[in-house]
Design a protein around this ligand. Structure first.
Ligand code: PMP
Length: 431
């Protein structure tokens, strides 16, 4: 495979854009450096790069692209929005329609607000929780990523962990002091933290199914314990469902486990590929938000017609019967194939999978928390990533990320991917 045009574009980008990328996760730093591949066109499950190479895509733009690239129904909705004017600064009917759709799918959202990114959505839930409880500290789980605002860039998972900077420079200690981090899936640690900081915790913030140190499900009883312990402590439970909303079922983790938080933050899939975030929750909590209440949140682009139209169209596509079952079947086929080939070539891996999202960790032992994910073998992952890329399989360039299937992937794509995995493992075995 020839990557010369990507390489030239990267050299040019380095002159103008810091690090050559507009989001650090796109750099290939964690997989040995060099130019990232520059994509030019996406259609269904496939990508074509600027050198004309074709790929099967499992990056899914880090989560949003569950319908496949350029889905005709979403493309039509965006085109229609563009020709009607993309931004009004007034309310539109589309916002009502989309808010109602989200509420129907996720009933704990008694009231919602649209914003422009997952970061904004989570940031505002934290602010609202602080306003509602009149407390300042929050508890989060090690390795969970909640966006790039100050309070949550503390042991923050995929991006920062990949770069080896769990804490970002430029965050005042006074802010970090209001954030307590405990291990995921560890009820005792949460209990302990709530005891120590009794009366001071505004909220416990959690990815109910982790997506940021790979796909890690909550252990049985964990989410119920989070709710019980947090509520006993007079604090609010915030679910960060930026990855999980509409990824595993039509709805969120709340529909999978039957447990509801006080507030939910969303993003990614609900924008159908356009910029979006949304947060919502119990009415009396949400009424803290301006113009009804004292907690301020605003946005020039918030609820813009194009993002609304794309989001509505995306959820319409996802309402079709059997889609999540199909994702699950494809996911299972992929998981089984990868594990079989690993066994054949004596490569130590474990796979965490839920429905159409999975993570392949190199090394021994199961992965249930960040410490274990961190200990997985990054060098083997980097080799795997490079060899897969050269066979036209596009994965996220980090051992902490998930492979995301879309409804456009076919059995044949999975078979081709498993064949590429086989060649890759064969090569890794003989190295
Ligand atoms: N929360 C989670 C769980 C995420 O995975 C992400 C992004 N990867 C965010 C929040 C931040 O979303 P955004 O990048 O849209 O700001």
């Amino acid at each position: 495979m020839n990557f010369s045009t990507s390489e030239a574009l990267h050299q040019e980008a380095l002159k103008h854009i810091v690090g050559g990328v507009n989001s650090p996760s796109r750099a290939y730093k964690a997989v040995g450096g060099g130019a990232p591949v520059y994509m030019e066109k996406g259609e269904g499950a496939y990508f074509w790069d600027v050198d004309g190479n074709k790929y099967i895509d499992y990056l899914g733009a880090y989560g949003p692209i569950i319908t496949g690239h350029a889905h005709p129904h979403i493309a039509k909705a965006i085109t229609h929005a563009a020709t009607n004017g993309v931004l009004y600064g007034t309310p539109t009917k589309l916002e009502n329609q989309f808010a109602k759709m989200l509420k129907q799918a996720i009933p704990s959202l008694e009231k919602v607000r649209f914003v422009n990114s997952g970061t904004e959505a989570v940031m505002t839930t934290v602010r609202v929780a602080r306003a509602y409880t009149n407390r300042t500290k929050i508890i989060k789980f090690a390795g969970c990523y909640h966006g790039h605002f100050d309070s949550v860039l503390v042991e923050a998972g995929s991006g920062p962990a990949t770069l080896g900077t769990p804490d970002s420079a430029g965050i005042p200690e006074s802010v970090a002091q209001d954030v307590i981090t405990v291990p995921f899936n560890n009820i005792e640690a949460l209990k302990h933290a709530l005891d120590i900081w009794e009366g001071q915790i505004a909220a416990v913030l959690v990815e109910p199914i982790v997506g940021n140190f790979g796909i890690v499900e909550p252990k049985e009883g964990f989410l119920q314990a989070v709710n019980d312990l947090t509520h006993n402590a007079g604090a609010l439970v915030i679910y960060d469902e930026v990855i999980t909303a509409f990824r595993f079922t039509y709805g969120s983790s709340q529909q999978i486990y039957g447990i509801e938080p006080d507030m939910t933050a969303m993003g990614k899939i609900i924008g159908g590929g356009l910029p979006i975030g949304a947060y919502g929750g119990k009415k009396q909590i949400m009424e803290q938000v301006a113009p009804l209440g004292p907690a301020y949140q605003a946005g020039t682009m918030a609820g813009n017609p194009a993002s609304m139209a794309a989001g509505i169209a995306c959820l319409e596509v996802l309402q079709e019967d059997g889609l999540y079952e199909k994702l699950d079947q494809l996911g299972e086929k992929l998981e089984t194939g990868i594990l079989e080939k690993a066994d054949k070539y004596n490569i130590s891996i474990s796979v965490n999978r839920l429905c159409g999202a999975l993570t392949v960790y190199f090394g021994d032992g199961e992965i249930t928390n960040y410490e274990q994910a961190e200990a997985s073998d990054g060098e083997s992952f980097a080799t795997f990533f490079r060899l897969m890329l050269r066979q036209g399989i596009n994965l996220a360039p980090s051992k902490y990320e998930a492979w995301f299937l879309t409804i456009a992937h076919t059995e044949k794509d999975i078979e081709e991917t498993i064949a590429a995995v086989e060649k890759t493992f064969q090569h890794m075995q003989t190295k």
